[in-house]
Design a protein. Structure first.
Length: 478
């Protein structure tokens, strides 16, 4: 989830909405107020049962509401404003475009500032906000569920579980299978601990000192980068979740093997030690009632053979003069980690979509995403083929490094693709050339891309829609 500037202050208000919006009082547990950032538009902010929200209303509403679910935020993340699109709320060209074209926007920040594994809270708090909107603004002609990263899973589940309330789903950089992603993340960290820091006392689950274990994992990756042997083992760990060697949103796909493994190390340090590692475990295990992740029975030789990066790992081991079979044997012999069955059940209740597709779904993923690898898209498409209607799914890909590194132009094209499907009953032309033409036509002001991982700066980037077949997910929940 992109960081945002802190809003002036969080509002704690008890008055009813102003007469310019409605004369109805807020429902129990709700506080709200209306402001007018510019003539004809209205902003509503407040809280419902402890969950802050923001609603933006256009001057002339076209009847469509876009309900956005944000991504994963680690505990300790500083407070920030409620985002309504993938772009940061202080400079979201997508938000401006949608309002200019008559769309209403809404998002809950979720209770407890939306920190940690917030799927359960997101499902509850988004429906509460939709209830509030329908009671105090009006019943939308159609509501679109959108979300990025973890929020893509939330948006998908919202539509699956409330099909009568949503007309379509648009997701970005989706982690559709968080349970499978956490298991694969455990594989990555298990390999780092076993091969790079076997004596560091690292707790991967149920951590007694999460910060210390996370720091030890990061230090092990840093030290390993200094030797060919360490770099080979980083490549092996990364391959266990198809973690790409493309990290920066502003740089071309690297061809130098050394640069690729350096980029993989950045993914491992920042996306995995924080997103699925010990610092994230306390929150996750508290919500789930135990540890939901396991590697009992996993054959890492087989996992590597199925990875999209097998050849890269084999070359790295050859360069280092290491015996890959010996390291795989070390992984096979290392004590395994078992999950708590109740916690596994929690993850299936709050984080694993079925693929039923009661409404049309369009998704967008960067090909160089190592945090939520694009194999998540292939996994979701497989679920749709088994349980839903493949004709209701359209998946778009952008040739760029980084997680959620899309321009406003690309995000708008994604949404317009869904709007066209809902308006006509047919998907429009989604060839890469056609999509890039549409994005370019929006103009230079919509082409900024945020480098979320390295610089946290915007830079203009050309539209990069492409034809792409994702690899197979290595630890799917289904």
């Amino acid at each position: 989830m992109p960081r945002a500037t802190v809003l002036a202050r969080r509002l704690t208000l008890t008055a009813a909405l102003g007469a310019t919006l409605t004369t109805a009082a807020p429902p129990p547990g709700t506080a709200a107020a209306s402001t007018t950032p510019e003539p004809g538009r209205r902003t509503v902010t407040g809280a419902i049962n402890g969950a802050d929200y923001r609603v933006e209303l256009p001057a002339h509403w076209n009847g469509t509401l876009v309900l956005y679910s944000h991504g994963y935020l680690p505990e300790g993340f500083p407070p920030f404003g409620t985002a309504l699109t993938n772009r940061p709320p202080d400079r979201s060209e997508t938000e401006v475009w949608l309002l200019d074209h008559g769309y209403a926007l809404a998002a809950s920040q979720f209770a407890e500032d939306g920190l940690g594994y917030a799927v359960e809270r997101g499902l509850r708090d988004q429906i509460a906000l939709l209830d509030w909107f329908e009671s105090n603004v009006g019943r939308p002609r159609r509501t679109i569920a959108t979300g990025q990263s973890m929020g893509a899973s939330i948006a998908t589940l919202l539509a699956e579980r409330n099909p009568h309330r949503f007309a379509g789903v648009a997701t970005l950089c989706g982690e559709y299978d968080p349970h499978g992603g956490l298991n694969a993340g455990l594989d990555v960290l298990f390999a780092i601990r076993t091969l790079l820091a076997p004596d560091a006392g690292i707790d991967l689950v149920r951590p007694t000192d999460p910060a210390a274990s996370g720091a030890a994992l990061g230090a092990a990756v840093d030290e390993a980068l200094g030797t060919p042997e360490g770099r080979a083992r980083i490549a092996l760990a990364a391959a266990l979740n198809n973690v790409t060697g493309w990290y920066s949103a502003h740089e071309p796909r690297p061809t130098d093997p050394l640069v690729r493994v350096q980029n993989q190390a950045e993914w491992l340090k920042y996306a995995y030690t924080l997103g699925s590692g010990p610092p994230a475990r306390t929150n996750l295990e508290r919500r789930a009632g135990g540890n939901p992740s396991s590697n009992v029975g996993v054959d890492y030789r087989r996992q590597l053979s199925r990875s999209a990066q097998t050849e890269q790992v084999e070359r790295a081991y050859q360069v280092a003069g290491l015996d890959l079979r010996a390291d795989l044997s070390r992984l096979a012999a290392a004590p395994r980690i078992a999950a708590d069955p109740a916690a596994v059940g929690y993850m299936y209740r709050y984080g694993v979509p079925t693929g039923r597709t009661p409404v049309p779904v369009v998704s967008m993923h960067t090909t160089g995403d190592g945090g939520a690898p694009p194999d998540q898209e292939r996994w979701y498409a497989d679920q749709v083929r088994r349980a839903g209607d493949p004709g209701r799914l359209r998946q778009l890909h952008v040739a760029r490094g980084g997680h959620c590194s899309f321009s406003a132009a690309e995000e708008i094209v994604l949404l317009r693709t869904l709007f066209a499907r809902l308006d006509t009953g047919r998907w429009p032309d989604t060839s890469a050339r056609r999509l890039n033409d549409q994005a370019n036509a929006l103009g230079a002001g919509y082409q900024l891309v945020l480098d979320l991982g390295r610089t946290f700066q915007d830079a203009p980037m050309p539209p990069a829609f492409t034809s792409f077949t994702p690899p197979t997910a290595l630890r799917p929940s289904r």
